[in-house]
Design a binder for this molecule. Structure first.
Ligand code: ADP
Ligand code: MG
Length: 679
């Protein structure tokens, strides 16, 4: 919302020539000049000609050449928006927002008017919107309501090389749409050179190459492997800052927590330097960074100062920050991995691929010669890094995608037009899970429950929990819990110097060992009772920003409840009912306590632990359901609630039998049989 305000100064509708407007005008002129300096600009007319001549076009150009910000504008200028919107998909929400903000500035319009963006739980568009940036997942959802994308004249599937699941599914769907809608144009744009693959998939579509401008990049490796890459990265930042010529630094880290830690340590060490050295401006950027802080990374660095951007993979190809001269690449990213046998998904810190390493290095040579410091050895690079990252579709839980495809009426998943098919086992696992959740019947057809679930832009287990709350008359509580879970792990604020206070405040919500889900609900309800007071958040070590986001998400979920005809009912005093609703969605995530304090997951036995941040970490109930697994030093369950084992059989009789929930000691199996079961 803050960025909507930012657009104000570019509003063209102002009738009079106030000083404000003339300033805006000159800024606008400057932006127009800048547009002409981008590598794509000389190819504008050729590109438009190619779009006119071909229905499907693959576009390749290095990051920063202007694909994302310019092509939709060129199409607009050429009249493609007269009879429909230009939709441009991005794999990352921050990219969609930030690029839309930039393009609205360049066009001198308010963000959300002619240029808008749409990401999950946030729609910043209006009837006026003709250039729409959105996440690939959102376009997939739009297809549910508009299967032929009738309101679009052009779809640009951008950042195609990222190969997210949603992008891969879109490939198959838009290819099909293009067959019967001859008036729609498809652009597939990518930052890497494996464009032939895209071209082949789209029936040999022509490839339009935008020659990049790239300056030489000096690559430095470490002599020996680094034991602690975060510390090595920080030391490298400081070394560059004190010894190298002016130019900004870009550091690739794996996630928000790591970035925040790095920021804190850097600030602390800089203080130690006193005023002897130049100012170092630290800019974090990651997916959940609040909108108002995102713009900061693009602000030009004042002379005599240096900027260091601490970024996730998002800065690899999705966002281009001008002025970067030094790149620090520890060689890791967070990657989803999925075990189709057990159905377990986790986010793991994983070595990047050679392709990623080269993209990262390239970020330093955009505006002049650059340097890239790889915090790993040359031997490491040549012998241990894979060439490419496998597409996400081959390493993720497909339940959500399968539910979407089923709602689109696509039943034959095995023969869906995949660019790279997912493992058959993973498809099967997704079908099994959706069947267990009663979203599909035995024939694999969508059920009424499944249709309702598909309305929610959430993971199927969360959607099921909401749909089930109808039965337990606690939809009010359950959508609050869902909203809080969707916000991620940034509700509780735990500053280093006030950890004890923060932990005490947090434990207040856990009185009675109610479990993490109910605790989240209590946080939400308490905040609501104070009429959404910021002061209350401060007093309770709660992040007000996260709460506001949860409120937005909750509002939308409330709207969707109405759509699927679930009444908003509160059943606050019956915690068991709420826990049963949670179990109705999350019963596949149940685990039983072992003698040594660890847990075993019930269906596909695996050893897991309660995350130390859980309110139940010291309580260790015999049976729990968990929201998700995270692998750090151990496999941890995050967001845990106690359950009664009978519930599993009551709620999911098709999934659990008595033998699954009985005490293993009570009925010993003869040795031979046990062996058979293992097999
Ligand atoms: P590509 O999609 O080919 O990687 P982009 O269109 O994203 O290239 O970027 C073109 C230029 O626009 C770059 O110089 C980049 O720095 C600038 N740019 C993009 N987004 C923003 C933003 N939010 N603020 C300022 N500049 C931006
Ligand atoms: Mg781009």
């Amino acid at each position: 919302k803050a960025s909507v305000m930012d657009g104000d100064k570019f509003d063209n509708d102002l009738p009079t020539e106030s000083p404000e407007t003339s300033k805006a005008k000159s800024e606008l002129e400057k932006l127009q000049e800048d547009r002409k300096t981008l590598p794509i600009y000389p190819y504008r007319d050729d590109l438009l000609k190619a779009v006119e001549d071909f229905q499907v076009l693959v576009i390749v150009g290095e990051t920063g050449s202007g694909k994302t910000t310019q092509i939709p504008q060129y199409l607009h200028e050429a009249g493609y928006t007269k009879h429909g919107k230009v939709g441009c998909t991005q794999p990352r929400r921050v990219a969609a927002m930030s690029v839309a903000a930039r393009v609205s500035q360049e066009m001198g319009v308010k963000l959300g008017h002619e240029v808008g963006y749409s990401i999950r739980f946030e729609d910043c568009t209006s009837e006026k919107t003709v250039l729409k940036y959105m996440t690939d997942g959102m376009l997939l959802r739009e297809l549910l309501g508009e299967p032929d994308l009738a309101s679009y004249s052009v779809i640009m599937v951008d950042e195609a090389h990222e190969r997210t699941v949603s992008t891969d599914i879109l490939f198959g769907l838009v290819k099909d749409i293009a067959r019967f809608r001859k008036d729609i144009k498809l652009l597939i744009s990518s930052a890497t050179l494996d464009a032939e693959k895209f071209s082949d998939f789209f029936d040999s579509a022509p490839i339009f190459k935008i020659p990049g401008r790239r300056y030489p990049v000096e690559i430095h490796y470490t002599k020996a492997p680094e034991a602690d890459y975060l510390d090595a990265a920080i030391v490298t930042v400081l070394q560059i800052h004190v010894s190298q010529s002016p130019g900004d630094i870009l550091v690739f880290l794996t996630g928000q927590e790591e970035i925040e830690t790095a920021e804190e340590i850097l600030k602390h060490r800089i203080k130690g330097f006193g005023t002897k050295i130049a100012e170092l401006i630290i800019c974090p950027i990651y997916a959940n960074l609040p909108t108002e802080l995102q713009a900061k990374i693009f602000e030009p660095t004042p002379e005599a100062a240096r900027k260091v951007v601490l970024a996730t993979n998002i800065a690899e190809t999705s966002l281009t920050i001008d002025g970067i001269k030094y790149v620090i690449d520890p060689g890791f990213c967070k990657m989803k991995s999925y075990n189709p046998r057990t159905g377990m998904e986790s986010l793991l810190v994983t070595p990047i691929s050679k392709a990623s390493a080269n993209q990262r290095a390239g970020r330093s040579g955009r505006t002049g010669p650059g340097k890239c410091f790889r915090l790993y050895t040359a031997y490491n690079y040549y012998t241990e890094l894979d060439d490419n990252t496998p597409p996400e579709i081959q390493r993720t839980n497909l339940a959500s995608v399968v539910l979407s495809l089923k709602s689109l009426g696509i039943h034959d998943l095995i023969n869906f037009d995949f660019m790279d098919p997912p493992p058959a086992e993973a498809l099967l696992k997704a079908l099994e899970l959706l069947f267990a959740l009663s979203a599909l019947n035995k024939l694999g057809e969508l059920t009424k429950v499944g249709r309702r679930m598909a309305e929610f832009p959430l993971d199927p287990m969360l959607s099921k929990m909401i749909v089930a709350s109808d039965k337990y008359k606690c939809s009010d509580e359950v959508i609050s819990i869902s909203a809080m879970l969707s916000v991620g792990n940034s509700i509780f604020y735990r500053p280093k110097d006030k950890q004890v206070h923060a932990d005490n405040a947090r434990m207040n919500f856990h009185t009675g060992n109610v479990g993490d889900h109910i605790a989240l609900m209590k946080v939400y309800n308490s905040w609501r009772e104070t009429n959404y007071s910021t002061q209350w958040c401060y007093e309770n070590y709660i992040q007000v920003r996260s709460m506001k986001r949860a409120r937005d998400v909750r509002d939308q979920l409330e709207g969707l409840l109405e759509r699927v005809e679930i009444e908003l009912t509160s059943n606050l005093n019956d915690l068991e009912a709420i826990k049963k609703a949670i179990t109705s969605g999350f019963f596949p995530h149940s685990a039983r306590l072992q003698k040594n304090g660890s847990y075993r997951t019930v269906k596909h036995p695996q050893t897991v632990y309660i995350h130390p941040s859980s309110g139940l970490a010291q309580v260790l109930p015999r049976w729990v359901v968990y929201h998700e697994l995270v692998l750090t030093t151990k496999e941890y369950m995050r967001q845990v609630t106690e359950l009664k084992p009978d519930w599993l059989v009551e709620i999911a009789p098709h999934y659990y039998q008595m033998k699954d929930v009985e005490d293993p000691g009570s009925k010993k199996m003869p040795k031979g049989q046990e062996d058979k079961r293992v097999k």
